[in-house]
Design a protein around this ligand. Structure first.
Ligand SMILES: N[C@@H](CCC(=O)N[C@@H](CS)C(=O)NCC(=O)O)C(=O)O
Length: 243
């Protein structure tokens, strides 16, 4: 949704990747609320990566974010993916009604954020500012340990948290389910052989893809394809799980 109208929400995120911005896009898309994906507008309309740079330089907004994604919602400029979702969840009908449920939902989201950081560090174990090609050997070692130890531990945890339920928290879909789907989709792209012993999570992911608004989004040009610039990257030499 890239038309500038009277949209309530503006998302600031890098224009060429799903990245952490995708967790916010999925929530807005599921709720079918109008939003502007600002950096995906043409530069002549204030878009492009320059929109992010201006925000980080303090030329836009009323707070100095450390990094995108940033959501502009009325008077608020909110950074940190998990906090954005915690704020959006009740507004969009994507958070449990009770406090205990909301806390659990955010706990899951923060754990997903931990996993996402480890996925990133698997291909960039030395420094985010270096090219992957400059840390390939270390990436291979780090990814081997990630796939052998850390990913199975995360998957076991999330599989246990889901249990026999239809959705991660309570009895209705929440942003934690959308984020879980996104992580599974990213893992499937990056490490097609690595998702094991997680049949219930995989079924959850499939349920999410069947949500009408999500299905429409996934089939649209608004969904940026996975690529080797984002967090989930397919480097066959790192996909040690296929052995
Ligand atoms: N904890 C933050 C991390 C934000 C983050 O790392 N953003 C990346 C893009 S996905 C970025 O542009 N980082 C720039 C930097 O860390 O200098 C969140 O969950 O939103």
């Amino acid at each position: 949704m890239n038309r500038r109208r009277e949209e309530e929400y503006e998302l600031y995120y890098w224009p060429e990747i799903q990245g952490r911005g995708e967790f916010i896009r999925l929530a807005l898309e599921e709720a079918a609320v109008p939003y502007v994906d600002v950096a995906r507008l043409p530069e002549s309309e204030g878009g492009g990566a320059g929109a992010i740079t201006r925000l980080l330089n303090g030329e836009r907004g009323n707070s100095l974010p450390f990094a995108p994604p940033v959501l502009h919602a009325g008077a608020m400029w909110i950074a940190q993916t998990s906090l954005i979702l915690e704020t959006l969840g009740p507004r969009l009908g994507l958070a449990p009604a009770d406090e205990a449920g909301r806390v659990m939902c955010q706990q899951l989201q923060l754990t997903i954020a931990d996993l996402v950081a480890e996925v990133h560090d698997a291909h960039h174990p030395i420094a985010p500012s270096l090219y992957y090609e400059d840390q390939k050997d270390e990436a291979r070692r780090r990814t081997a340990s990630f796939l052998k130890e850390r990913l199975p531990k995360f998957l076991r945890y999330f599989e246990g948290a889901l249990g026999d339920k239809e959705w991660m928290v309570g009895s209705v879909l929440s942003y934690a389910d959308l984020s879980m789907f996104q992580v599974l989709a990213g893992l499937e792209y990056a490490f097609p052989h690595a998702i094991r012993d997680a049949a219930r999570l995989v079924a959850l992911g499939e349920r999410v893809t069947k949500r009408p608004n999500i299905a429409a989004y996934l089939g649209s040009k608004r969904r940026i394809p996975f690529n080797t610039k984002g967090i989930f990257r397919r480097y066959p030499e790192l996909d040690l799980a296929r052995r």
